[in-house]
Design a protein around this ligand. Structure first.
Ligand SMILES: Nc1ncnc2c1ncn2[C@@H]1O[C@H](COP(=O)(O)OP(=O)(O)OP(=O)(O)O)[C@@H](O)[C@H]1O
Ligand SMILES: [Mg+2]
Length: 262
């Protein structure tokens, strides 16, 4: 099993979109995928939870229990309508629990590592974990960083702001890598929202490649209105516009990442 965290403290850079589309690509390739919605906005849960399935137990219960029992883990996992893709959903109420985690610092930041990453049921039943994070570097995000081997940082090619402060995230990931209990072994940058007609895109891509060349994914995701249409309809771009560049590039990105997994 290998675990990925999708991380950027800037909002709207494509963390959720990438989580969902990569999960579907990996699932179609026969990988058993577990998505963890680690954002209390619950956008990933809204996208992936089947409409007729009520959420009873979820990530809230993991954070609440501090030391979740073995029996709880299968109860927080739900099958989605996508082949081989399951999810641990989240709810808005979870946000209140970040205070408890602060009071219990640093123990709380290891909760996902202890209860999910090291869990036998999860290791036996899943090949890939994808964790979608909120746009901040708070304690829930820290807990995700403590259970992931790889970090994917989506950045918008159209926004200088999305690239500014980027060095800070890289430094933070590097700091985490040094942590005794960290399992991080690599991190990559995903360039999202590419519009080749815009000169700002060309400048940003050039800068990112010059500074971070070896860690920039080769597959860039183009701007495509199909992503918003898909989101509105609880779909993916593969269903809405299967032959669009957006769909093709996400399939290519999935392949690129699978090529790096044993
Ligand atoms: N390549 C793209 N082309 C067009 N629209 C996109 C693209 N990627 C994402 N979007 C749209 O941009 C919005 C933000 O994307 P998304 O929700 O994935 O970002 P996020 O980083 O998860 O945001 P947040 O930080 O709030 O969690 C969504 O409406 C999504 O459909
Ligand atoms: Mg999101």
């Amino acid at each position: 099993m290998i675990s990925f965290t999708l991380l950027n403290n800037k909002g709207g850079t494509g963390k959720t979109t990438a989580t969902i589309h990569l999960a579907v690509v990996f699932g179609n390739k026969g990988k058993r995928v577990l998505v963890i919605d680690n954002d209390t906005q619950a956008n990933t849960s809204n996208a992936l939870m089947p409409l007729d399935v009520p959420i009873k137990k979820c990530l809230y219960d993991i954070f609440l229990d501090k030391e979740p029992t073995e029996e709880l883990i299968p109860q927080v996992i739900y099958k989605t309508n996508y082949k081989n893709v399951s999810i641990i959903p989240n709810i808005e109420e979870t946000s209140a629990l970040e205070v408890n985690m602060a009071l219990d610092f640093p123990n709380g930041i290891y909760i996902l590592q202890e209860s999910l990453f090291k869990n036998k049921y999860i290791n036996d039943n899943f090949d890939i974990i994808l964790i979608d994070c909120a746009p901040n570097l708070g304690l829930f995000t820290t807990a995700a960083l403590m259970m992931c081997q790889r970090v994917i940082v989506p950045v918008l090619a159209t926004s200088a702001n999305s690239v500014r402060g980027f060095q800070k995230i890289i430094e933070l990931i590097q700091e985490f890598e040094q942590e005794e209990r960290s399992v991080i072994d690599s991190y990559n940058i995903l360039i999202n929202g590419v519009d080749r007609r815009k000169s700002i895109c060309k400048v940003i891509i050039k800068n990112l490649k010059e500074t971070f060349d070896s860690i920039v994914f080769k597959s860039f995701i183009p701007t495509d209105s199909g992503f918003e249409t898909a989101e509105m309809n609880k779909q993916t771009i593969f269903a809405i516009k299967p032959w669009s560049n957006g769909a093709k590039l996400f399939r290519a990105l999935g392949q690129e990442i699978l090529g790096t997994i044993k």
